[in-house]
Ligand binder design. Structure first.
Ligand code: ZN
Length: 203
């Protein structure tokens, strides 16, 4: 399986990192080795002093597809989840300055937190899903899928122009504002609508 991630999909987050608003979705990938094993802590890697959490809505692909039209994209997933795209912001900043790829900052071991997935039928409207991230009991990020610059079905259509989507692939749909640094002993809890989708400890 592969993990396809979208960057800069919420206006306020683009502004907080002083990024340019993209004309097309920003796309990058994480390998399956990036997945944080269930019930394991996230260990801050030695190569970074500035690991950021980014809470994101996840979509799990359930059908093989290529060149998917937006109006048919809803047939390619039936589960929605919540996760974290851990980012080594200091490493990413260096990559950006030099125009280099982001993998070292985004695709390292443990950088993809996959919380619980829930049937799509449990959500009234895919484009109105509330989610938030609590750090040590305080809400640090909150968003709504309705605020995405490119909505879930548009993202599926867009990325399928480049990559064949396969069963089990996961799309990280971008993070809202409020990203920040994690420290040892932090506890992160992801809330999707009213459900606790994940709870992880930082080491
Ligand atoms: Zn992200």
């Amino acid at each position: 399986m592969k993990i396809i991630c979208i960057g800069r999909n919420y206006t306020e987050h683009i502004n907080e990192l002083a990024n340019e608003k993209p004309t097309d979705p920003v796309v990058f990938m994480k390998p399956d080795s990036a997945i944080l094993l269930k019930n394991f802590p996230f260990v801050i890697p030695a190569f970074s002093d500035d690991i950021h959490y980014e809470v994101e809505v996840l979509v799990k692909i359930n059908k093989v597809g290529k060149h998917i039209e937006p109006q048919f994209a809803h047939k390619y997933y039936d589960e929605i989840g919540l996760g974290i795209d851990f980012t080594a912001r200091d490493v990413q900043q260096k990559c950006k300055e030099k125009g280099l790829p982001w993998e070292k900052a985004k695709a390292f071991d443990g950088s993809a937190v996959l919380g619980e997935f829930y049937p799509k039928s449990e959500f009234k409207d895919i484009n109105n899903i509330h989610f938030s991230l609590l750090k040590n009991g305080q809400m640090v990020q909150k968003g709504n899928s309705g605020e995405m610059l490119w909505k879930i079905d548009e993202l599926i259509s867009y990325v399928s122009q480049f990559f064949t989507l396969k069963i089990g692939d996961i799309i990280f749909t971008g993070t809202p504002a409020g990203v920040g640094k994690v420290a040892s002993k932090d506890e992160l809890i992801g809330i999707l609508e009213d459900k606790e989708a994940f709870r992880i400890v930082v080491k």
